[in-house]
Ligand binder design. Structure first.
Ligand code: FE2
Length: 447
């Protein structure tokens, strides 16, 4: 069944044309054509291709890619894409977003991302058919799509990564919406997909998945030996904290990373490039800090893991890599070692610069490391990132910071000394029951 032509309204100076989503017959023909392609990094054998095409032909909505033996359990988050049921408004919103993204991506995205995007032949006028897109992604990267219903728990998100599945939604943002907190097709497909073709990014995404699985394995082994509910809760909390900190490494690179290209700032993070307005902001805005990092350097890696952020607005600090090669040093084991170290140390807010930073530019929102404590104790207005970081650190300082190795010792030595009066004021405020001191920082999310 083919869908009737839809009239896309003119919403910008470049009016949309009448667009007809490709018919079912055309899509199946196209699928048969691309499945035969052998001149790709991951060719599909004829038996698998035949089964995949038959599945698409049966009319079964696309759920989880079936081009390998591997699969993934999405539990209650499992979803599917029924291409025929996509609405005119959804196609229209996609077309508008792609047009806006292309205008900014061509100016601000790095070369590797733009080259990657060409490989997927994403139709700019209509939302991609996931059967076709999944086959193209697999052929170029070895990764496949897994369709999910909503914002999924970090555990499932990263477990998919460990098996080289990328979770994608079927929801398309309302027409004209820019930045969204929750992922949609515009973020998952038009933002993330091209990053898979940067081999170092695909490998580090897989490594994040493997690190996630290691943390869960270790948690389950400890839970088996736990003797009380208190002990079990402590084990759960410790694992949640490690996962949260590992998520920061992913956030500041795969989602919101910048890279130097011919000495110029370029974006590669999917969270940046899926939002035309944040794409411009991330490179041009004088508000944000930009810090050069070397992922091979343990101190710089720790800087990322100890930096908190919010997902509700544009980032206050962007981290800039000199190239993609250093990402290969971020093995699952190194991710684990970094987050275990970060768990023992004070953290930074998303606004501050800290001693040892290799600063590209100082943002107008920049604050010093001590300012968050002063603001908290003076009951000044602060965002949640500042509040929870200040409280976490003050509680840590109260219980005493004990460096376990040279890296932790160096990290602590470089931080400005906390005046003792601050800790007394914090203790008094806590005793007097200041309600905001009950905030937890263990609520970070990955999108
Ligand atoms: Fe994302």
């Amino acid at each position: 069944m083919s869908i009737q032509p839809i009239q896309l309204q003119a919403t910008t100076s470049s009016a949309f044309e009448i667009t007809t989503p490709p018919s079912r017959a055309f899509r199946l023909q196209e699928l048969a054509r691309i499945l035969k392609n052998r001149n790709v990094p991951y060719p599909i054998d004829s038996h698998t291709a035949q089964a995949y095409h038959a599945f698409a032909e049966s009319g079964t909505p696309f759920g989880i890619g079936s081009l390998t033996e591997s699969t993934v359990d999405l539990a209650e988050h499992a979803n599917s894409q029924n291409f025929e049921s996509l609405t005119t408004e959804e196609h229209q919103s996609w077309a508008r977003l792609i047009e806006d993204q292309q205008a900014t991506k061509h100016r601000y995205a790095c070369r590797e991302y733009l080259q990657g995007e060409q490989l997927f032949e994403i139709n700019e006028k209509t939302i991609p058919d996931y059967y076709l897109l999944n086959a193209r992604i697999y052929q170029q990267t070895g990764w496949q799509l897994a369709t999910v219903s909503d914002l999924i728990p970090a555990n499932i998100f990263f477990h998919c990564h460990s098996r080289k599945f990328f979770p994608v939604t079927t929801f398309m943002r309302p027409l004209g919406a820019g930045y969204l907190e929750e992922p949609d097709i515009g973020h998952d497909i038009a933002g993330h997909v091209a990053t898979f073709t940067i081999p170092q990014v695909a490998r580090v995404m897989n490594n994040h998945g493997l690190a996630n699985d290691l943390i869960h394995q270790e948690k389950h082994e400890k839970l088996r030996l736990a003797e009380s509910e208190t002990e079990r809760q402590a084990i759960e909390n410790a694992a949640s904290e490690l996962l949260l900190l590992a998520g920061r490494l992913y956030w500041f690179t795969v989602e919101f990373g910048l890279v130097l290209e011919d000495q110029k700032l370029k974006a590669f993070g999917a969270g940046i490039l899926s939002s035309p307005s944040e794409t411009i902001f991330s490179i041009d805005s004088p508000k944000s800090n930009r810090i050069l990092i070397d992922i091979e350097n343990d101190r710089d890696l720790l800087r990322l893991a100890t930096t908190d952020y919010l997902i509700s607005e544009f980032q206050k600090t962007y981290f800039v890599m000199k190239d993609f090669d250093a990402l290969d040093s971020l093995t699952p084991e190194r991710i684990l070692a970094t987050v275990r170290t970060a768990k023992n140390l004070p953290h930074h807010t998303w606004m501050e610069l800290v001693p040892g930073d290799n600063v590209h530019n100082v943002g107008t929102i920049m604050m010093s490391p001590l300012e968050k404590y002063n603001r908290l104790l003076a009951n000044q207005q602060m965002d949640q990132c500042l509040t929870r970081t200040a409280i976490r650190n003050l509680m840590l300082y109260q219980s005493g910071t004990r460096p376990r190795n040279a890296l932790e010792d160096e990290f602590l030595q470089k931080l400005p000394t906390l005046p003792i009066s601050m800790l007394s004021r914090f203790s008094n405020a806590k005793q007097n029951g200041n309600p905001q001191y009950g905030n937890s920082y263990l609520d970070g999310k990955i999108t």
